[in-house]
Design a protein. Structure first.
Length: 142
């Protein structure tokens, strides 16, 4: 049985794949164990893929492009697709964070998990969103 439906910021995926130590890795493990379900839009999924395939990111994660493709395929199978009915732009200072916010609002997620909570603070209060760090999330997860 699935627990919370969450939107993971790209930085959580990167941190979780770079190290098996830390809250981000535990969050990714929870996805694999089907304890939480990530919400993704097409734009957010493509953002994940593009960032994970950057040479500097692959160097840090030790993943080949084929391994990134395999990870993304498995992640897609575990994720819930979200249709974007409304674009809320611009809401945030960083345009790449808009993909994350749109997935959260349109998917009606339970939590947005990010290492940059302050980037989302104004939008969180405006839309009544739960924005938490990976370690904070572990304190509220099922």
């Amino acid at each position: 049985m699935l627990g919370l439906r969450v939107v993971l910021d790209t930085n959580v995926l990167i941190a979780g794949l770079r190290s098996r130590h830390g809250a981000s890795f535990v969050v990714l493990t929870m996805v694999v164990d089907r304890r939480i379900r990530p919400l993704v839009t097409t734009a957010l999924f493509l953002e994940y893929e593009a960032v994970l395939k950057r040479p500097e990111q692959r160097s840090m994660t030790g993943m080949t492009e084929a391994e990134v493709d395999g990870f993304m395929s498995e992640f897609a199978a575990l994720a819930e697709g979200v249709d974007v009915h409304f674009l809320w732009r611009p809401q945030l200072a960083d345009p790449t964070d808009e993909f994350v916010l749109e997935a959260m609002i349109n998917g009606r997620g339970d939590a947005l998990v990010t290492h940059n909570t302050r980037h989302f603070s104004r939008a969180a209060s405006r839309f009544g969103l739960s924005v938490v760090s990976p370690s904070e999330f572990l304190g509220i997860a099922p």
